[in-house]
Design a binder for this molecule. Sequence first.
Ligand SMILES: Cc1cc2nc3c(=O)[nH]c(=O)nc-3n(C[C@H](O)[C@H](O)[C@H](O)COP(=O)(O)OP(=O)(O)OC[C@H]3O[C@@H](n4cnc5c(N)ncnc54)[C@H](O)[C@@H]3O)c2cc1C
Length: 333
Amino acid sequence: MNSFEYASPRTEDEAVGLLSAHGGNTAVLAGGTDLFNLLRADCITPRRVVDIKNIRSMQGVTATGRGLLVGALTTLDEILVHPLLAPYQSLAQAADGIRSIQVQSMGTLGGDLCHLPNCWYYRSGYGLLGQRNGESLPAEGRNEFHAVLGNRGPAKFVSASRFAPALIAWGAIARVAGPEPGQVSEMPLEYFYVSPKSAEQGVTVLQPGQILTHVLIPEPSQEVVSATYDVLQLEGLDWPLASAAVCLETSGGVVREARVVLGHVAPTPWVSLDASAALVGKEIDERAAQAAGDAAVARATPLSENEYKVQIARTAVKRAILRAAGQLEGALS
Ligand SMILES: Cc1cc2nc3c(=O)[nH]c(=O)nc-3n(C[C@H](O)[C@H](O)[C@H](O)COP(=O)(O)OP(=O)(O)OC[C@H]3O[C@@H](n4cnc5c(N)ncnc54)[C@H](O)[C@@H]3O)c2cc1C
């Protein structure tokens, strides 16, 4: 591990200033559950690490006129038990899927949303795109856990975030501070993510000197039901092979609006407009859920070793829909 400066700001502006130094060769430290892995493996070699844990404005959950403002420093176990978050079933289900008390108590929402890929080529020092001499290693090499959607560009890894699909399905907004102190911008969370064209680009829109400070989640409505369904290889501490999060607005038993977002199948959280279109106007039952699952993966382009993920993603979508509608029991195919 390279040596680095350590800084512990108390305000968002101070953090932005500290992160803009050294030509932006700096890193944000939140709970540290992944950042230390990245530093130890020399995946990143920042000159300064900025520990944001003491920034009070980024902690906790607050009700506002626009919805719930959830600080990026909110820990995963707070998400599980916070009364204001209780109506957002799909979020609690995503938090519950992380089966480690230590990770749940240290890991933060911001750290999850900005998590760098778990791709083994990246973690072994081949850069974000996993390239050697300009050639993609996952394209021809070991790619069983890589992307099956959105993988035609140079990025073949999958987005690591557990919460992004659920939050995007809820229509959440990302609040970003920087790169100048006092500067704040907001965007739909789905536009926060990028599929990088170069190793330097990163997996989010964040530029040097910027941090994710909050996520704003719209008020839940009585007619909206939500769910997350993860497919895991192990019933323990592991990342999903595929996941799906849905928010369904129904009227008289018929779906009026549907948001279906897949996780761990593409370099970004994957919003499936095809799956949504397959659901709108239908009553939710096993057949409608199956049709939405089929639509979600109809454009999949699996790599040499990960065809199996297409079926898993299809099933994740189907089960998330049935789970949201309270129909999952007895329909596990
Ligand atoms: C042993 C172990 C097992 C794990 N297993 C699982 C698992 O099975 N499933 C799962 O889903 N997750 C798993 N995790 C991951 C864990 O859920 C995430 O690492 C955690 O949510 C990250 O939060 P953090 O606050 O610790 O992030 P950090 O490690 O502090 O940061 C993670 C990344 O996000 C950046 N970052 C953090 N906050 C911000 C911010 N506000 N703005 C901009 N950038 C930011 C950091 O610079 C870093 O690149 C595991 C972690 C460990 C250590």
